[in-house]
Design a binder for this molecule. Sequence first.
Ligand code: AMP
Length: 117
Amino acid sequence: MSTAEPSVFSRIVAREIPATIVAETERLIAIEDIAPKAPVHVLVIPKTEAYANVVELAAGDPGLLAELVAMAEGIAADRADGQFRLVFNTGESAGQTVFHVHAHVLAGDLQEGTLAA
Ligand code: AMP
C-alpha cells in the first residue's frame, strides 16, 4: 500500500527533485546514492512504489526483481569489474530508511567493512 505522500524516490522518478540518473528503463531507475559508502554506490529502484521492500517485490513481481538484478549487474560491469554487492535493507532495525524498495549496488575495491549501505 502506498502512503499518502509520494516517496523521495517517486519524486525523483517524477523529476520533482534532482538526482544523478545512471540508467533508466520503463520500470526501473538507477541513481547515484547521495551519501556514497563505496567507490560505486548506485541505487536501483522500481518506479512503482507498490512494494516497500524486497520481500514484497519478490512475492508481487519476481520478474521486476530479476530486471533489477540485471540492471545492477550492468552497472557494476560499466563502472567496476563486474563484481558487486547487492544490499536490500529490509526493516527499520536493519537500516532501511526509505520504504520504497531499492537495491544498493556497491562495487569497486570494497573494504571488508562495507557490509552495510
Ligand atoms: P536505505 O537506508 O536502505 O532505506 O537507503 C536509503 C538510501 O537512499 C540511503 O543510502 C540514502 O543516502 C539514499 N538517499 C536518500 N535520499 C536520496 C536522494 N535524494 N538522492 C539520492 N539518494 C538518496
